[in-house]
Write a protein that binds this ligand. Structure first.
Ligand code: SF4
Length: 340
């Protein structure tokens, strides 16, 4: 799978005052990619496309280069204290992706060029929490590895956090294009995680992302580069043959990775959805194999009275027993950070 190249690029005029904005403008102009100007990265009103679905697909191939004005970072529990905003949006088409609901009608990919201001804000958060460690998650609203070959922002963030004794960075990706990050001076402050899943889920529900075999090869390179490594198995789904497929996924990881990785973590998240997500997913991916049948689910009330549909107790218990047991057998020294 080739690294992503946008079909259309918008710039905020002020973004051109920053070196990264200039660099991106020169790059896309030289490539002949159509370039437009927009007053705000939050309001792109003239995207091509005659139907909502067509506009959505075009938006997923549109890059918007802007300035991050809101420098208040969102919280990012349980895996970090704050979300560090390097980008918003993703070119992947994972049917279950929560960005479908959180980004609403702005699914285009926004990248922010005022990195110095973003890092200065991260520094403030680190200072406020001293002597505690402050962890930043860079993949809350996008997949930053998938656009790294265009911006180089993640490498800069990794090298900024490397200089912070009390700062840590983490992100997760479904893309295998890790080469630009392998020589980053990370000093062990960044946890590089890959999102992996059963073949059925990847093949049926994760179009426009790297195949599992490529993600595993990339994870090997990342481990060899000395990064603390992690895997997120999510969303874990129940389907015909789920047990064999998840067991086989864990075997493949164990065969590929060195047996004695010093710092390896797993995060496990079962599939859940809201009624709003279901409506949007069915509009955007009408043929999806993603099972969202309320009769086969249990209701769980979240914050603000929002209802999520999760697996009922019995299948949930099976997932929570079996997957950690397989992981412990294959990776006795790894940490299972959480299962939810
Ligand atoms: S790669 Fe991640 S962020 Fe991108 S569409 Fe898939 S789940 Fe969403």
């Amino acid at each position: 799978m080739k690294p992503f190249m946008p079909d259309l690029v918008y710039f905020e005029p002020d973004a051109l005052k920053y070196p990264l904005g200039q660099e991106l403008h020169e790059k896309f102009s030289a490539l002949g990619t159509p370039v437009k100007i927009t007053p705000s990265h939050n309001r792109i009103t003239d995207l091509p496309g005659s139907t909502e679905l067509e506009k959505y697909r075009i938006a997923k191939r549109t890059l918007v280069v802007g300035i991050r004005k809101t420098l208040k970072f969102e919280p990012s529990k349980p895996s970090a204290e704050y979300a560090i905003p390097l980008a918003t949006g993703c070119m992947g088409h994972c049917h279950y992706c929560y960005l479908q609901t959180t980004l609403g009608n702005r699914p285009y990919i926004r990248v922010y060029v005022n990195l110095e201001e973003i890092f200065a804000q991260a520094q403030k958060y680190i200072d406020e929490r001293a002597p505690e460690i402050t962890r930043f998650e860079a993949a809350c609203t996008s997949d930053p590895v998938g656009i790294e070959h265009l911006t180089g922002s993640l490498k800069k963030a990794i090298e900024f956090i490397a200089t912070q004794p009390l700062g840590r960075l983490r992100f997760v990706t479904k893309f295998a294009h890790v080469d630009p990050l392998l020589d980053a001076d990370h000093r062990g402050h960044t946890r590089f995680r890959f999102s992996v899943n059963a073949d059925y889920v990847i093949n049926q529900m994760e179009p426009a992302t790297s195949p599992l075999s490529d993600r595993i090869e990339a994870a090997k390179k990342v481990a060899a580069a000395g990064y603390p490594l992690g895997f997120i198995i999510a969303p874990i789904m129940i389907f015909d043959g789920w047990e064999e497929q998840y067991a086989s996924l864990i075997r493949r990881l164990a065969e590929a990775l060195p047996p004695d990785l010093p710092d390896l973590t797993f995060e496990l998240i079962t599939h859940r959805y809201t009624a709003t997500a279901k409506r949007i997913i069915e509009e955007r991916y009408p043929k999806t194999k993603l099972a969202m049948n309320e009769e086969e689910r249990k209701k769980k009330w979240g914050r603000y009275g929002r209802v999520k549909y999760v697996y009922p107790d019995e299948p949930m218990r099976e997932i929570k027993e079996k997957i950690p047991a397989w992981l412990k057998a294959s990776f006795p020294n790894a940490e299972i950070s959480y299962i939810t």
